[in-house]
Design a protein around this ligand. Structure first.
Ligand code: ADP
Length: 499
């Protein structure tokens, strides 16, 4: 039933003497209806009007409207004598589709559109009025929520550093918000309706069909690193995340693209790589070149001690002892530094290395220390991993070596090596019953030259764990320690399965 039909019904009800039927109909209508006399005093309201306004107005007293309080859509109060019904009763025209807010006595509010009509007597004089209030709250709340969401979305999109673009399946750009303009230099007027190829360098044009293919299959493209061309012709390194846009039936109809400028990151990455290579080269050259003079010091101090022993007094012998000790320590430092610098020198291995074999070799190298400490070293069956054998052996040798070295004075060392598969990685564990490490140093100990003890307490250079970290980093792995002082240590390293 349309609003006009309601008006006709109300007109008939007010003017015809046999109006009982019409009154009954209006009373039961689910739409708020009320009548006033020529002065605006309420003469009738139906139950829907009472329900909507949350009150039962006082007939012949309340004027103009059934509602308690009225507001304009912007929230300013609207006095009842200026409400659409009052305007209509003054004989003025009320615009169609006006929207008002009313407040109920319980404080809740609702939106409505009034449809006031004046009722005239047989002489054409205004005899009263009828008003229909159509509740539009649900629609308005939905509109407000959508508008808020859109405002929020556009604020996010506009303030984002990432360019956000959408396109249809014919690769035509359909939206281009502010950040895309900043990144690529084109305004939205220049690109909307144009093919996305505009941004793709000629040697990468084949990327678009494969991206469209993946989108058609409903797949998302995540962090795809590529290069795009700006309006001024310069190239920009970007990371693309592309998601399919679906219509209400779920069909893929386009895609939204988030393009992130990764030029700075790429430049920094290249600089770090270069700096790392320089540092490696320096560490390698320095440690390599130091070996020669060190050998000379060792040889001649030994000759001095053996061939000229008789000519040396007690103090000279003591000094010579210091020289030899220092040379030995320096020799260890140089060879440790050399193995640290050499980690990345090994070509990446495609071959599987049997971890049992690598561990056996490490244990063999440590056999003297194991015997000396009366240590027990046990292991479970270990897997084969795609890793250079030297690297895996170095890991075991450093970790098992430390487990033997950082032992409790009164307890024979026990070391256990195991491995388990977890979320696509092999996690190797080297567990000991030694002195343990405080949690606050669990990162510190992996730094180069970082030690928790003096050389007189425990001999060492502080390079072993740093070398271990460099090795696992090379395989995109991880290394960490779980320990408490006095409770032994658990060193674990994770290597991606099939690394
Ligand atoms: P180094 O043993 O030559 O000092 P590392 O890099 O191998 O150097 O180890 C760094 C430090 O971590 C050691 O000085 C020691 O304090 C601590 N640490 C390493 N392994 C253990 C362990 N198994 N138990 C207790 N402390 C350890």
């Amino acid at each position: 039933m349309t609003v006009d039909t309601f008006r006709t019904i109300a007109q008939s009800a007010a003017t015809k003497s046999d109006s009982t039927l019409w009154r009954t109909i209006i009373d039961t209508l689910p739409i708020a209806v009320y009548l006033t006399d020529a002065e605006g005093r309420l003469t009738y309201f139906n139950s829907a009007a009472a329900t909507l306004s949350g009150r039962a107005p006082e007939l012949s007293v309340d004027k103009w409207c059934v509602t308690w309080k009225l507001f304009l859509p912007d929230g300013t109060p609207l006095p009842h004598d200026q409400c659409p019904m009052a305007i209509a009763l003054r004989g003025e025209k009320v615009p169609e589709g006006v929207e008002c807010i009313a407040e109920r006595p319980d404080g809740t509010q609702f939106w409505f559109t009034p449809y006031p009509t004046v009722l005239r007597d047989e002489d054409g004089r205004i005899a009263g009025g009828v008003n229909l209030l159509v509740d539009i709250t649900a629609r308005k709340l939905a509109e407000i929520a959508t508008e808020r969401a859109q405002r929020l979305l556009s604020a996010i999109v506009d303030s984002s550093d990432d360019a956000i673009i959408s396109k249809n399946l014919n690769s035509i750009i359909t939206s281009w918000n502010k950040s895309a303009e900043r990144l690529f230099g084109y305004t939205s007027e220049e690109v909307i309706g144009k093919p996305i190829n505009l941004l793709i360098p000629s040697d990468r044009q084949d990327e678009e069909p494969s991206i469209i293919g993946r989108l058609m299959r409903g797949e998302r493209v995540d962090h795809f690193e590529t290069v795009r061309r700006r309006k001024n012709g310069t190239l920009v390194d970007i990371s693309l995340t592309i998601s399919p846009i679906r219509d209400s039936s779920g069909r893929v109809v386009g895609a939204s693209k988030i393009a992130r400028d990764i030029t700075k990151g790429k430049r920094a990455e290249a600089e770090i790589l270069r700096a790392n290579r320089d540092l490696e080269h320096f560490a390698f050259a320095a440690s390599h070149d130091l070996q020669e003079p060190l050998r000379t010091i060792t040889i001649y101090s030994e000759l001095l001690g053996t061939r000229h022993a008789g000519k040396l007094d007690e103090q000279a012998i003591e000094y010579l002892h210091y020289v030899r000790n220092a040379a030995t320590r320096m020799g260890t430092l140089v060879s440790d530094l050399l193995s640290y610098a050499q980690v990345s020198k090994l070509e990446e291995s495609e071959e599987l290395t049997d971890a049992n074999e690598a561990l056996a070799r490490a244990i063999e190298c440590l056999s003297h220390t194991i015997a000396e400490n009366e240590a027990r070293v046990s292991s479970e069956s270990l897997p084969a991993v795609t890793m250079h054998r030297t690297h895996l052996q170095q890991l075991f040798q450093n970790l098992v070596g430390n487990a033997l070295k950082y032992r409790k004075k009164d307890l024979a060392p026990e070391v256990h090596i195991s491995a388990e598969q977890q979320a696509g990685r092999w996690i190797f564990t080297v567990r000991d019953n030694g002195i343990g490490i405080s949690q606050q140093y669990k990162e510190y100990v992996f730094g180069i030259f970082k030690r928790l003890h003096t050389s007189s307490e425990y001999a060492g250079t502080g390079i072993g764990l740093a070398t271990c970290r460099r090795i696992v980093d090379q395989y995109q792995g991880e290394i960490w320690v779980e320990s408490e002082p006095g409770e032994g240590s658990i060193f674990r390293f994770a290597i991606p399965d099939g690394a």
